[in-house]
Design a binder for this molecule. Structure first.
Ligand code: FES
Ligand code: FES
Length: 151
């Protein structure tokens, strides 16, 4: 089936099969490999995107469900060609090691700060609880989120 969706502000089209995930369509058809496929079971958050402004695991959303909707991926959070302050904060804090979790964490953090500009540590923990990182031990990720919140 043919679908039309808005991805990072651009109207895009894809020809998908009924069981195809939004993650697969983004990565394999729309040339947006930023969202990562680490578990494909909704467990790790590495595929996180915003669907009509709601944070979702794109591996759990059918591409067909995104027909007519608005998707923002990690490729779409940069502003005016410059990295988003959350991306800058992750780099500055050294919150990136292998980087596999990073796109999902960036999207989840952007979403958190859009709704809660000055989050407490508990709110950060809760907001990022669906994003697993195998490398960093989370301390530097928390440092990055706090720094991004401070602006
Ligand atoms: S790849 Fe989607 S949650 Fe892990
Ligand atoms: S930096 Fe490797 S999984 Fe998070």
């Amino acid at each position: 089936m043919k679908i039309t969706l808005t991805v990072n502000g651009e109207q895009r089209e894809a020809d998908v099969w009924g069981g195809e995930s939004l993650l697969f369509t983004l990565r394999e058809q729309l040339e947006l490999p930023g969202s990562k496929n680490a578990c494909e079971q909704g467990e790790c958050g590495s595929c996180s995107v915003l669907l009509d402004g709601t944070l979702v695991c794109s591996c759990l959303v059918l591409a067909a469900q995104a027909d007519g909707h608005d998707v923002v991926t990690v490729e779409g959070v940069a502003e005016d060609g410059a990295l988003h302050r959350v991306q800058e904060a992750f780099l500055a804090a050294g919150a990136v090691q292998c980087g596999f979790c990073t796109p999902g964490l960036i999207v989840a953090t952007v979403d958190l700060l859009d709704h809660t500009p000055s989050p407490t540590d508990d709110q950060i923990r809760e907001a990022l609880s669906g994003n697993l990182c195998r490398c960093t031990g989370y301390q530097k990720i928390f440092d990055a989120v706090r720094a991004a919140a401070r602006g």
